[in-house]
Design a protein around this ligand. Structure first.
Ligand code: SF4
Length: 350
């Protein structure tokens, strides 16, 4: 939300957008956007007319989110930031260390809460408060960047925090344009991943408008009745239709999608589930010539009071089952579980 709708949130503007909205030339817009993301004041910039700077100051501002807590995990180097929006919602962002020292990925939220109510996710218990504005998404990356030491940098972004990004696709695409613009955050589009519960329209838009950005899909189970129980969205958007859109995405972009599955004991971790997932992988690969990357994500407790709806499935056993059916998944480490920073745990609790 931009507090004052008459002024632009400058950190959500690409140079092209800025030059459309204000009386500045494209070259000036590039310099102004670069200054905004460097944190330089818009007072004097070489090669930018004083009138252009005055227009940027009068027509724009750089709003921010306030930090409620920063919680570092004692288990691993994951850090969770709980941030307040101007209208009082708490959203969460996770700083994820990458293998290469000094590089980080940022797991961003795209909505305050979420309407999709996936049974294995703490955010799903909140319901949807509202979509985040593009600047609120971009600002999460900027704030994580502000926690880094000299020489460290944000290498990638994953839309896997609170909310369903493709239910807020317009703002998510705006944020991606700014993140990947060389004058703004300069993050390689190929290091940005949008993870969805499966909204076919949004998947198609992503393929058209951000074709270098990677796609992740929460499969939960390839068995329709099991998936429906875990992900109510499957009622409106059955997996069959989601997979059709994911196939179109793969053909259009040439990128291999990531398919996430979280084994829950006795729910979706049986041999039948592994077989159904392997069949889905095989069919997808035959039809597109592209093999999806199956990612097995351990379940993280979502109820701090200990009344969890599920028990963690045996990840090693499920992986073996998949391998026996011809699929080689990779096991995703989801860190920060002691500070509720891991996959599925973000609940806006500072
Ligand atoms: S897993 Fe994603 S889509 Fe499902 S409830 Fe959680 S935030 Fe929403």
């Amino acid at each position: 939300m931009i507090t004052d709708s008459r002024v632009l949130a400058l950190q959500e503007m690409t140079p092209e957008a800025l030059a459309r909205c204000l009386p500045v030339t494209p070259a000036e817009a590039r310099k102004i956007v670069a200054a905004v993301h460097r944190g330089s004041p818009l007072t004097r910039l070489e090669g930018v007319r004083r009138t252009a700077l005055a227009a940027a100051r009068a027509g724009g501002h750089v709003p921010t989110l306030s930090v409620r807590t920063v919680r570092a995990s004692a288990l691993d180097p994951f850090v969770k930031l709980a941030l307040s929006t101007e209208d009082g919602h708490v959203i969460e962002t996770v700083r994820i260390p990458l293998e290469r020292a000094g590089r980080f990925s940022v797991c961003v939220s795209s909505q305050a809460g979420c309407a999709l109510a996936c049974a294995f996710c703490a955010t799903g218990r909140l319901g949807l408060a509202r979509n985040l504005a593009a600047w609120e998404i971009v600002e999460q990356v900027r704030m994580v960047r502000g926690t880094l030491a000299r020489g460290q940098r944000v290498h990638g972004v994953v839309f896997q925090g609170m909310g369903e990004p493709l239910a807020n696709v317009e703002r998510v695409l705006d944020a991606i344009r700014v993140m990947s613009d060389p004058c703004a955050l300069a993050i390689d589009s190929r290091a940005i991943t949008v993870c969805t519960a499966g909204l076919p329209g949004g998947i198609r838009r992503l393929a058209r408008e951000a074709p270098k950005v990677r796609l992740g899909v929460s499969i939960a189970s390839a068995r329709a009745e099991v998936r429906r129980r875990l992900m109510p969205i499957d009622e409106a958007q059955p997996l069959r239709e989601v997979i059709e859109a994911v196939e179109e995405h793969a053909r259009a972009t040439g990128l291999s999608p990531m398919w996430a599955v979280t084994p829950l004991a006795g729910v979706n971790d049986t041999d039948e589930d592994a077989q159904a997932l392997a069949d889905l992988v095989r069919g997808f690969t035959e039809r597109t010539g592209i093999r999806p990357r199956v990612s097995v994500v351990p379940y993280n407790a979502i109820d701090e009071a200990g009344r969890d709806p599920f028990a963690r499935g045996d990840v090693a056993v499920f992986v073996q089952r998949l391998v026996a059916h011809g699929v080689r998944p990779h096991l995703r480490y989801s860190g920060g579980s002691d500070v509720q920073a891991a996959c599925g745990q973000l609940a806006g609790v500072a």
